[in-house]
Design a protein around this ligand. Structure first.
Ligand code: HEC
Length: 136
């Protein structure tokens, strides 16, 4: 039997480890992205108490309660719309100038001819948020 290249073995092994831990790579990435782009306002625990929160006119939402508001599993399109600017959240800035300074918004359908897509980074963030939703 031919030996598999070491790189492939590594990738397979890490996929097995991730599966065994019950954590998909998406969730891990989402956690990192969340810390970078959302934690300042919504808090690293997503409870709405980030360091910048007291400076805002509207309190950032407790993102552990999204499931109560929008249902589980979290509707990724609906939640994602708050992030890419299709759904307005004043504190997030505008679609053209979001507070994270970097657009999560993919090209508009009129430019691509396809329905609007969600940035995979937003999918990862929502996948992470789904793991921290409160039951009640
Ligand atoms: C500059 C501060 C700030 C940052 C950074 C920020 N948010 Fe928010 N966000 C808010 C505030 C304030 C609200 C509540 C706005 C309102 O009630 O109008 C909010 C609302 C939301 C909502 C709507 C919640 C609901 O219950 O309807 C979602 C979802 C959300 N944010 C997700 C995120 C995600 C994901 C990120 C990171 C990509 C992020 N936010 C980054 C301030 C922020």
């Amino acid at each position: 039997m031919r030996r598999l290249p070491a790189a492939i073995v590594l990738v397979l092994a890490s996929a097995v480890v991730a599966a065994a831990a019950g954590v998909s790579p998406d969730v891990t990435e989402g956690h990192v992205l969340y810390g970078r782009y959302c934690g300042t306002c919504h808090g690293l625990e997503a409870d709405g108490h980030g360091p910048v929160a007291p400076m805002l006119t509207r309190p950032p939402s407790d993102l552990r309660r999204l499931g109560q508001r929008y249902g589980m599993p979290l509707p990724v399109g609906r939640i994602g719309a708050f992030v890419d600017g299709r759904e307005a959240v004043k504190a997030h800035g505008t679609r053209e100038m979001p507070v994270w300074g970097e657009r999560f918004a993919l090209p508009e359908p009129e430019q691509t001819g396809r329905p609007p897509a969600l940035d995979p980074r937003i999918r990862a963030i929502v996948a992470y948020l789904e793991t921290i939703q409160r039951k009640r």
